[in-house]
Ligand binder design. Structure first.
Ligand SMILES: [Ca+2]
Ligand SMILES: [Ca+2]
Length: 311
């Protein structure tokens, strides 16, 4: 009797987080879109989703929080977050190739002591995640918090113009079972000293229990498998899920992770085959129009230039 009651309660409070990506494999430079739903007892609910994307070398590319609706009682708060100098004085722009500093103040608004991990994830004007920084303090008492100035290295050669950093607050890294404690705070700033980008910014959205996040893979993203970790906590229950996608080098027809003369030979062979109406390698159909023509040659040349550029 008691057992069956417990089982009923568990079924009613079950929590689930779904995740999917638009594609299973992406080329370097492609826009990746991650989406899913937060479900409690099979109904979509409002909560915070922590998202971490880790590449095949274990490096964190993305660390973000997306809400699936309007959050009313978070367990923590980011009371301020801004671009600053080393001493915490506010700035509006940073030069590519130099260190940036972000000053972030966080509070434990829960009734119990909590570990607080504050993270900054910086994106360039093309929506490419370029850098991150973090700090963790353990056992922060209820109502207490801290302020920290986090150094973040901004690589040279990133896309300049309007850029964003996102400040997040977690119980631990989402790829280590942590969940978000507060809605993320976006920090607009100007990135100078580099070529202006295409203003194709990273986007995130969430409503009615759903979430979506998009970002652009770096042109020099590590080839291999990236793993996406998503986590949430709803009504005292934690949940997590994961998915993965493969990162490929565009034009790498022999799939050895390198773009070189061997791939150029395969391109030439496909070109001849296409015009002789024989089977050809679809990997070279960059614009996905089922033709192999000048447009694809231009794309192949672009991939070649990017592959052999310094940044
Ligand atoms: Ca190759
Ligand atoms: Ca084509």
């Amino acid at each position: 009797m008691i057992l069956s009651t417990l089982l009923t309660v568990n079924a009613q409070t079950s929590i689930e987080l779904t995740i999917s990506t638009a594609q299973q494999s992406y080329n370097r430079g492609d826009v990746v879109t991650v989406s899913g739903k937060l479900l409690s007892a099979n109904q979509t609910v409002t909560g915070l989703i922590g998202i971490a994307v880790v590449n095949t070398q274990g490096e964190k590319l993305v660390i973000r929080t997306v809400a699936t609706g309007t959050i009313t009682n978070p367990k923590g708060a980011i009371t301020s977050a801004y671009l600053s100098d080393q001493t915490g004085d506010e700035l509006t722009s940073v030069i590519a190739g130099e260190s940036a500093y972000f000053t972030i103040s966080v509070t434990n608004t829960d009734s119990i002591p909590r570990d607080l991990l504050a993270a900054i994830n910086v994106y360039d004007n093309n929506g490419v995640p370029i850098s991150s920084g973090s700090i963790k303090h353990i056992a922060i008492a209820s109502g207490d918090g801290f302020t920290a100035t986090l150094p973040v290295k901004i690589p040279s050669g990133v896309a300049g113009g309007s850029a964003y950093a996102y400040a997040g607050l977690y119980s631990e890294w989402p790829n280590q079972g942590g969940y978000p404690l507060a809605p993320e705070v976006s920090i607009p700033f100007t990135l100078t000293g580099t070529t202006i980008g295409s203003n194709q910014l990273s986007t995130s959205s969430g409503n009615q229990g759903t979430y979506e996040l998009s970002f652009k893979l770096p042109n020099k993203a590590t080839i291999g498998q990236d793993t996406i970790y998503v986590t949430s906590r709803f009504n005292g229950l934690s949940t997590s899920n994961m998915a993965s996608f493969t990162v490929k080098q565009p034009g790498d027809a022999n799939e050895d992770g390198v773009l070189d003369f061997n791939d150029l030979v395969l391109f030439a062979n496909s070109w001849i085959a296409y015009y002789e109406d024989r089977p050809w390698n679809q990997i070279f159909d960059f614009n996905k129009d089922s033709k192999l023509d000048f447009n694809d040659l231009v794309e192949f040349a672009n991939a070649w230039i990017i592959y052999y550029s310094e940044v």
